[in-house]
Design a protein around this ligand. Structure first.
Ligand code: URA
Length: 229
């Protein structure tokens, strides 16, 4: 690939910014300073050093975001802020996209990547990748609802765990585990039980868990262990 493309994709700045780096002789390829942006490199075998730091090419990148409410799970939108707006330049250059969608008013764990195959695998109903949500519900959820989640829906069985019930306020805090992710699935299942979701947070997706150190709107790259899992 072209050296300037490699540098931009490595997060060193825009095309014109990396041109400046090259001009100043700050970029070295296999031990020699290189100034031409058009230089062709082999990103898998050539050693690219910028300001003494060796760059490692990443074909695929993975971002774990604590999605806030009010931001849509899309890569572009004319009216709303998107989850892509919350990430860094590298994410946009690498053209990451959300692995599945969370509703605009849902918050919590969202994985973004440019690895289409992985995204497909995590979303495929055949793979049974569990998605765990915590929901605040208007209405008292009960054992009949637990049974309904386990058997009555046309989707794959889902697990409903009732964490708290406030008899006075008539509200419940529940955990819901799904292996499918149809449109508004949690909200619709709760609605079928005659109750309403008032707050929805995704806690995990397969082996990935919401990182408690991430504030709403913050992200980090996946760790090596998470990538492995
Ligand atoms: N189910 C929903 O209803 N909304 C979400 O955002 C995710 C799952």
């Amino acid at each position: 690939m072209r050296l300037d493309k490699f540098l931009v994709e490595s997060g060193l700045g825009s095309r014109s910014q990396v041109k400046q780096l090259l001009k100043k002789g700050q970029v070295w390829v296999n031990g020699a300073a290189v100034t031409s942006a058009k230089t062709q490199i082999d990103e898998r075998s050539d050693q690219i050093v910028v300001d003494g730091q060796t760059l490692v090419y990443e074909k695929f990148v993975y971002y774990l975001l604590n999605k806030p409410k009010g931001v849509i799970s899309a890569t572009e939108d004319d009216r709303h802020k998107t989850v892509l707006d919350l990430l860094d330049d590298t994410a946009r250059q690498k053209e990451v996209f959300p692995v599945g969608r969370l509703d605009v008013d849902t918050h919590g764990l969202l994985l973004l990547t440019n690895n289409g195959q992985l995204s497909h695998a995590m979303l495929s109903p055949k793979r049974h990748v569990a998605k765990v949500y915590q929901a605040q519900v208007a209405g008292l959820m009960d054992q009949a609802d637990v049974e309904r989640f386990a058997h009555d829906f046309t989707c794959q069985p889902a697990q409903l765990d009732i964490l708290e019930r406030d008899e006075g306020a008539k509200t419940s805090l529940v955990r819901i585990t799904l292996s499918e992710g149809k449109f508004h699935q949690v909200k619709r299942m709760v609605l079928v039980c005659g109750k309403e979701v008032t707050d929805l947070q995704r806690l995990s997706m397969g082996p990935l868990h919401l990182d408690p150190s991430l504030e709403l709107g913050q992200w980090r790259r996946l760790t090596k262990e998470e990538m492995q899992s």
